[in-house]
Design a protein around this ligand. Structure first.
Ligand code: PYC
Length: 404
């Protein structure tokens, strides 16, 4: 714990573990920090320890492409992510911490008749629930985003797009640090390099956790561990319908601002936006197999950039700066698994697949309610684990920006 990690420049982290806490949160990413923030702010629950095996917000919170949107396909998904977008819009003020929230407008390009149909479907569901989305044609796309290659002389010409004006980006570390600082100021302890190795239980009820730094007892435990969700749930004694698959991304060197919007093409397997400091932030599809690894590959880069050049041919000489991967915890229906679990007083926030960052505030809000009241918040009721036994899946694959 001697090394200084970035978060420590923003607020002090805890040093010694106490023998017990009211609530232990396994995982120190955005969802865990947001839950601790709302637990302490809205419910006065401050005897909370966040246990992170690595460094704070160093997992998928540090590895996503920071896209925020609510243009989902199912009413359950749209309501959930719309709540998140609304919380994001006020978050800098709420946390008194600038998260560099930047509203850009989000295009999901359609290159086939089937994609046009899904875009229309999403637009109608979105509008019905008060979310601003519209199916637009090539002329309108060109008017709003003139840098896109609208030529018909390419393999997949752009036929239309689902246009979602509230689509935004934000600084991902700032979201984590803002929530972390807000929680720490209210008394929440944040412990880095603290790995949970066993979940203690008695009579079907959680009792605490064993860590590499000793045993910690707790009345309630929440797991919010993204790519490690299945492994941690296994320690708690139940199985999740989740496969962990790497998702890679990369950024270019910074260049002058030329791209205001967020561009996604499911058919070409690419998404791109330009960050506030000028880097192009880009990603493609998930890796073709499940593996617990955050290595990145040449294969990914070649495939992604080949397709990117179809949309933005003038990027040919652009230099890449960094590439990386996160581990996406994918469910069969592409919706999360949240709420109560078969182990009493043990709660779960998982199954984020390729869209965990945008859900950070609403996860904090709904999981804090669930932990405080031992009852699922109504927004996450459809995402209960038992939906897979009940055949009540919430199919969101059609709203994925990422190819699968
Ligand atoms: O869901 O918008 C999204 C997304 C973009 C990249 C990964 N997920």
């Amino acid at each position: 714990l001697r090394k200084t990690y970035p978060a420590e420049r923003h607020f002090p982290l805890a040093r010694d573990l106490k023998p017990s806490y009211d609530v232990v949160i396994i995982g120190g990413g955005g969802h865990a920090l947001a839950t601790a923030y709302y637990l302490s702010r809205d419910y006065g629950i401050t005897d909370v320890a966040i246990l992170e095996k690595g460094y704070l917000a160093g997992g998928n919170t540090a590895r996503n492409t920071a896209i925020i949107r609510s243009n989902y396909l199912t009413p359950e998904g749209v309501k959930f992510y719309d709540t998140s977008v609304k919380l994001y819009q006020e978050l800098s003020q709420d946390l008194d911490y600038n998260i560099l929230y930047s509203e850009r407008g989000h295009f999901t390009l359609a290159h086939t008749d089937a994609a046009i149909r899904t875009s229309r479907w999403r637009a109608e569901v979105n509008k019905h629930l008060g979310v601003n989305s519209e199916l637009i044609g090539p002329e309108e796309i060109h008017r709003i985003c003139p840098v896109l290659n609208m030529s018909e002389d390419v393999r997949y010409p752009i036929l239309g797009a689902l246009y979602h004006p509230p689509g935004s980006i934000a600084r991902h570390d700032a979201v984590a640090w803002g929530y972390g600082r807000g929680a720490a100021r209210r008394g929440v302890e944040i412990h880095q390099l603290t790995e949970v190795t066993e979940i203690l239980q008695e009579g079907g009820k959680v009792k605490g956790v064993v860590t590499n730094r000793g045993t910690v007892y707790a009345n309630k435990v929440l797991q919010a561990t993204a790519g490690s969700s299945s492994l941690v749930a296994k320690m708690a004694g139940f199985r999740l319908p989740i496969r962990t698959i790497p998702l890679q991304a990369c950024v270019s060197l910074p260049v002058k601002p030329f791209l205001d919007q967020i561009i996604v093409s499911g058919s070409l397997h690419v998404y791109i936006s330009q960050s506030s400091r000028g880097e192009l932030v880009m990603g493609g599809s998930t890796d073709p197999y499940g593996v617990y690894s955050t290595r990145s590959t040449l294969d990914f880069k070649e495939g992604l950039l080949g397709h990117m050049l179809e949309l933005l041919p003038f990027l040919g000489e652009m230099k890449l700066n960094r590439q990386w991967a996160g581990m996406a915890d994918m469910t069969p229906d592409f919706s999360p698994v949240m709420g109560l679990t078969p182990l009493e007083n043990y709660y779960i926030d998982s199954g984020w697949g390729t869209w965990g960052f945008k859900a950070t505030p609403v996860c904090g809000l709904t999981m804090s309610y669930t932990v405080a009241n031992n009852k699922p918040h109504e927004l996450i009721e459809p995402f209960r684990l038992s939906r897979f036994e009940e055949m009540k899946q919430v199919g969101e694959k059609g709203a994925a920006s990422v190819g699968h």
